[in-house]
Design a protein around this ligand. Sequence first.
Ligand SMILES: [Zn+2]
Ligand SMILES: [Zn+2]
Length: 241
Amino acid sequence: MLTRKIKLWDINAHITCRLCSGYLIDATTVTECLHTFCRSCLVKYLEENNTCPTCRIVIHQSHPLQYIGHDRTMQDIVYKLVPGLQEAEMRKQREFYHKLGMEVPGDIKGEACSAKQHLDPRNGETKADDSSSKETAEERQEEDNDYHRSDEQVSICLECNSSKLRGLKRKWIRCSAQATVLHLKKFIAKKLNLSSFNELDILCNEEILGKDHTLKFVVVTRWRFKKAPLLLHYRPKMDLL
Ligand SMILES: [Zn+2]
Ligand SMILES: [Zn+2]
């Protein structure tokens, strides 16, 4: 395999924030020009300005904050490239909440609901169970330890759009971005006491989602830069209607 070594130095400009000169934290991108900054830096800047700090285009005359979006892909890249940055940031955030005497939010503390625990229809199991895939032993080890709690999390709203099925009592859920559409199907099937998850289709923007797609993929391909939680609909499979 042909690999080319790239020095961190060479790409620093692309993964640092122009406002604070640090590595991007909570990377947030201006939807108009695609320039990226730390979320806190950009939000603070836009309290006084309505232009992009890099290219100076007017983001929006009066509501620039509505035209910026969390850029998970960019943040993932930064965390992958800069060793220890993610851990350091998590630690900082925990200390911040401790100092204020506030409860540490789940996704920092590591208690956010995990895909495996909450979406596994067999339930009761608190063991990560699909370690058969192609990840390395090391990654698997990590997963076994935290049951996907340290994964990126997504907020989802699961709406029923068929009179043939019930709505969920709790339609807002938060789970690992690594969970797949299949996990969601199993989750819904269990909640609604359906005999099989195969009876369901899940849709985003009126398009049926493939069962093997991760929620991360769905967000990146169909929900990028939207601030609202990912809105998904479920209904019986067409041929069952
Ligand atoms: Zn910054
Ligand atoms: Zn710009």
